[in-house]
Design a protein around this ligand. Structure first.
Ligand code: ADP
Ligand code: 5GP
Length: 195
């Protein structure tokens, strides 16, 4: 079946639950595929190269930027992350909506290059909930957590520039909302008439 696939960008501040919502969007939906980003950050235990990320050296990342291979890239927590144009183009050509987990500015860049993208901004239910999630992630010291929290709260100002906002209070509800957005956009882009 021919269908017009499009990028679904899930963005928002660090720790808000983007990864969790992307996993929910991908689960049991054959029309979606995950966008594997390129990164210079070290691989964490349990991660796999070319499944979670394409892990590359700084020089390789530089070369990708120079050759114009990346649709966008950003520095997050001191490491570089980017999305290959080829990954987006090939996934969409296969008829799969490409689910992308990118930082707040990366989302804006994707929309500029691919105006058909659907941008979802994930909001925390409260600053306290965001702090709890940032804390729940590992062994970072208090200063690092407080800096990340300040940066994350500052990034909330980007929300009005996104197409949709999903509040991640109860995760299942946030995933349900994100799925509803994907379904509504599919109907809109395939110009299905209800009447
Ligand atoms: P991000 O990808 O935006 O940095 P994650 O998806 O990694 O965020 O989530 C950050 C932490 O918060 C993880 O430990 C995750 O399990 C937890 N989390 C995500 N959504 C919720 C939620 N709705 N309620 C409670 N904890 C959550
Ligand atoms: P982590 O290292 O915890 O997996 O991801 C850190 C941050 O990098 C997350 O906020 C995620 O959204 C962002 N990120 C991951 N891949 C990309 C990408 O390709 N582009 C941009 N701009 N941000 C990314």
């Amino acid at each position: 079946m021919e269908r017009s696939a499009f990028p679904i960008v899930v963005s928002g501040p660090s720790g808000v639950g983007k990864t969790s919502i992307c996993q929910g969007l991908l689960a049991g939906d054959p029309w979606t595929a995950y966008s594997i980003s390129v990164t210079t950050r070290p691989m964490r235990p349990g991660e796999e190269d070319r499944k979670d990320y394409e892990f590359v050296a700084e020089a390789t990342f530089d070369a990708l930027v120079m050759m114009g291979e990346l649709a966008e890239w950003a520095v997050v927590h001191g490491h570089r992350y980017g999305t290959r144009k080829k990954v987006i183009q090939e996934t969409v050509a296969r008829g799969r909506d490409i689910v992308m987990d990118v930082d707040v500015q990366g989302g804006m860049s994707i929309k500029e290059l691919y105006p058909e993208s659907v941008l979802i901004f994930v909001l925390p239910p409260s600053p306290a909930a965001l702090e709890e999630r940032l804390r729940g992630r590992g062994t970072d010291d208090e200063e690092v957590i407080q800096t990340r929290l300040r940066n994350s709260l500052d990034e909330l100002k980007w929300a009005p520039r996104y197409d949709y906002v999903v509040v991640n209070d109860v995760l299942d509800n946030a995933v349900r909302d994100a799925k509803a957005i994907a379904v509504a956009e599919r109907l809109r882009t395939s110009r299905v008439r209800i009447d």
